[in-house]
Design a protein around this ligand. Structure first.
Ligand SMILES: N[C@@H](CCC(=O)N[C@@H](CS)C(=O)NCC(=O)O)C(=O)O
Length: 209
């Protein structure tokens, strides 16, 4: 059985959302940052960086949200959520995932790091305007790349959609304005029942801890 370690609204939401889309049984292990769970000996044994998400699946242990989502789709997707390996559509899918993680997410995370995540001594105000410029540039590119189809690869949802929609939801939480196609895409994906189910399950477990 898959166990996800994380908090409800972090990058772990990418994983919980996909797990709900896949409709498999899974467990949530809430990592309470305010209680220092991510620095506990037992959690550092799972991920020495102290970061979430982490999954275990029988004797498999994995970190890195995008890699975890790709693995889960391969293992449990029954042909959905990933295009066939080696096809041109799969090549586009790899391209989208790299773009989302390295171009679109990166400036958002820079904002987060320099607002709250880094130790105060390492935070640099000037990085916020650099990150803003980089995010706007990446969002404009995503707007131009986004097809008119319901999902990035056409009519079928894929892992890239979960990652892109989650990153856009994150951008909105960081008060970033998005161009019109990306806004409509975010709203459409955000309305999927699996996202609400993932939040409901993880928030209930977090509240009980
Ligand atoms: N590249 C990693 C990033 C993981 C990451 O930075 N997670 C954040 C929460 S969204 C975290 O655990 N931060 C705590 C820390 O940096 O100590 C992924 O995509 O999984």
């Amino acid at each position: 059985m898959v166990t996800l370690y994380g908090t409800p609204k972090s990058r772990a939401l990418r994983v919980s959302w996909l797990l709900e889309e896949l409709a498999i049984d899974w467990q949530f292990n809430f990592i309470n940052f305010s209680k220092g769970d991510n620095r506990s000996e037992s959690f550092l044994a799972l991920n020495p960086s102290g970061k979430i998400p982490v999954i275990t699946d029988d004797d498999l242990l994995m970190t890195e949200s995008a890699a975890i989502c790709s693995y889960l789709a391969e293992r449990y997707g029954q042909g959905k959520f990933l295009p066939e390996a080696g096809t041109h559509v799969s090549a586009q899918h790899h391209q989208w995932i790299s773009f989302i993680i390295t171009e679109l997410e990166q400036p958002l995370w820079t904002m987060g790091k320099h607002r709250f995540a880094l130790p105060e001594a390492q935070r640099q105000e000037v990085m916020l305007s650099v990150a803003q410029w980089e995010f706007d540039k990446a969002a404009a590119l995503a707007e131009a790349m986004l097809p008119d189809s319901p999902f990035v690869l056409g009519d079928e949802i894929s892992v890239a959609d979960i990652l892109l929609a989650h990153t856009l939801i994150w951008a909105t939480m960081f008060k970033q304005s998005l161009p019109p196609k990306l806004t409509a895409y975010r709203d459409r994906l955000q309305a999927r029942p699996a996202l609400a189910q993932a939040l409901q399950k993880t928030e209930a477990i977090a509240a009980a801890n």
